[in-house]
Design a protein around this ligand. Structure first.
Ligand SMILES: [Zn+2]
Length: 376
């Protein structure tokens, strides 16, 4: 007897399968025989994927600048797992951990290399805030919560320190046993070339399609050599849309050259959720249909590719034994306006609507699903 069977679900590659869940894990997939305590039949009408993972969010509720509630950015919109990208450093990360245990959304953290995290806009302007031993102790205390490190390497954050905080971050990364390091890029100094040269396999560049002058493309629209070399070494690209870090133009030109993101993430927090241009992860994902990506490519970037980047080894795949985190959604073929962080408006032809999430086997309707409750 399974806990849950979802029948006749449509996958992003248009295959149709049943999925059975037992004890919070995927127990069977394909043509499932047997019974369950609860059954749902999607009748081939609705899509299902591994639970969506947002690789870059901000949800430390006590952050004075970038705060939000995990479920408001998570399961309410079909996102089963969120990774907070450096809202907290060693000083607040235990508090953050405690505050997010009651959420239905599964929350992980990238610890900010600055002790204070993002309580100010310039947490790396004072090098004495970068405290390697404090990061090591935090990782030792919360090994299942802290999945990597975060360093924000743009001029407003690092002040006069240039590339120095990143050199420190790489040393801390070695000391904690080589967790992924996510590096935010923005205005220079430091120059992106200098940043990219220091990154190694598994490191993540976030805000990868930002439209600022220090972007991944040259003025001629070619990928900068230092970024090309970094990607060849195994450095990964994360979207991190945010209020100021996504340009349709940069994404369009890059994707046309085959420079696809490894993970599509929102950089969401309460303000860009409520006022845009982020709104929710589905909204950000939908923008990628307008810049040349297919449904399977978009879904891969919030499932197995996101899980691989952050080494969430039991998530992101519809395979027996993996966590039973699932997202049920539909693709609506209708004109829908989208705006990037530069103010460019694009009329999309289709968009994603998340209807339900399953977290560790439990069925949770999204806000959109509640509005369509009779159909699912
Ligand atoms: Zn961010």
């Amino acid at each position: 007897m399974f806990d849950l069977i979802i029948r006749d679900a449509r996958l992003s590659d248009e295959q149709r399968v049943d999925i059975a869940v037992l004890d919070g894990k995927i127990a069977a997939i394909g043509d499932v025989q047997g019974k369950a305590k609860s059954e749902r039949n999607l009748a081939g009408r609705y899509y299902l994927s591994a639970g969506w993972i947002d690789s870059h969010v901000h949800c430390y509720p006590k952050s004075p600048i970038y705060h939000d509630e995990a479920d408001a950015i998570g399961v309410n919109h079909g996102v089963t797992t969120v990774i907070d990208a450096g809202s907290t450093g060693a000083q607040h990360i235990d508090d953050f951990y405690q505050l997010t245990r009651a959420a239905q959304t599964q929350v992980y953290a990238l610890i900010n290399i600055a002790r204070t995290g993002i309580v100010t806009q310039n947490e790396l302007a004072d090098m004495t805030q970068i405290d390697g031993p404090a990061v090591e102790q935090a990782v030792a205390r919360l090994p299942d919560f802290i999945v990597g490190l975060k360093a924000r390497m743009s001029s407003s954050v690092v002040g006069e320190n240039g590339i120095q905080p990143l050199i420190k971050a790489k040393a801390i990364q070695k000391a904690v046993g080589d967790l992924p390091l996510m590096v935010h890029i923005g205005n220079n100094p430091p120059d992106l070339d200098e940043i990219a040269d220091l990154l190694t396999s598994g490191d993540i560049i976030t805000h990868c399609y930002n439209g600022k002058p220090n972007r991944i493309l040259t003025p001629q629209g070619e990928l900068k050599a230092a970024v090309k070399n970094a990607l060849a070494r195994g450095v990964r690209l994360d979207v991190g849309h945010g209020s100021a870090s996504f340009s349709f133009d940069v994404a369009r030109v890059a994707i046309a050259q085959g420079i696809l993101p490894d993970s599509i993430s929102s950089d969401i927090y309460c303000r860009n959720r409520l006022n845009g241009p982020v709104h929710n992860l589905a909204h950000v994902m939908s923008k990628f249909f307008s810049v040349g990506m297919t449904l399977p490519q978009v879904i891969d970037c919030v499932t197995w590719k996101a899980a691989d980047g952050l080494r969430l080894t039991h998530k992101g795949r519809l395979e027996v034994g993996f966590d039973a985190d699932l997202t049920i959604f539909t693709v609506k073929e209708e004109a829908h306006p989208f705006v990037d962080s530069e103010g460019e408006r694009v009329e999309g032809e289709k968009h994603l609507i998340p209807l339900a999430a399953v977290v560790a086997g439990e069925w949770i309707l999204t806000e959109e699903g509640k509005a369509n409750v009779s159909t699912i």
